[in-house]
Design a protein around this ligand. Structure first.
Ligand SMILES: [Zn+2]
Length: 158
């Protein structure tokens, strides 16, 4: 049994069924670009995003995963996950999936930016106002926090 969070489990379920909204699907619908935004080399397929992209392989190497795990010659994301599950211990596979989930979140941040939400309340907890804004280009949690504080202060001044 894998010990992982529900978010990671749902992500893996979608990944294994190759139903994540990857760039090649978005492009097929007439939107966006098919080219990977991180390496500008491959088409944004699941296999590219999670196995073949240079950004991904570097991260997996840093996570302690060998080339034999990363560069398997499977042709589907399910086969790759299945083969990887068979070659790692349960604990290592859970770590591997957690890294993939983090890579997915980072890709989404890179591609879509982040949103900031602020709620202003009085001392009794009553909601006085709020805002939500898209903040493209923020790629670090510290910058997201700083942007949220700035938005909070702007709301307080209004
Ligand atoms: Zn790439």
């Amino acid at each position: 049994m894998l010990h992982t969070s529900p978010k990671v489990s749902i992500f893996v379920l979608c990944l294994g069924h190759d139903c994540l909204l990857i760039g090649s699907r978005v492009f097929a619908a007439g939107l966006g670009s098919e080219v990977c935004p991180l390496c500008s080399l491959g088409a944004k397929t699941s296999l590219h995003a999670f196995r073949d992209c240079s950004d991904t392989t570097e991260t997996l190497h840093l996570g302690g995963f060998s080339v034999s795990v990363i560069a398997s010659c499977t042709t589907s994301i399910f086969d790759w996950l299945f083969k990887t599950a068979g070659s790692l211990s349960g604990e290592d596979f859970a770590k591997f999936l957690l890294i993939l989930w983090n890579l997915w979140n980072r890709r989404n941040l890179w591609s879509h930016g982040v949103g900031i939400g602020v709620v202003a309340r009085d001392s009794s907890g009553r909601i006085l106002g709020g805002l939500a804004q898209h903040s493209p280009g923020l790629d670090s949690p510290i910058f997201v926090e700083a942007a949220a504080v700035r938005a909070d202060l702007q709301l307080a001044c209004e």
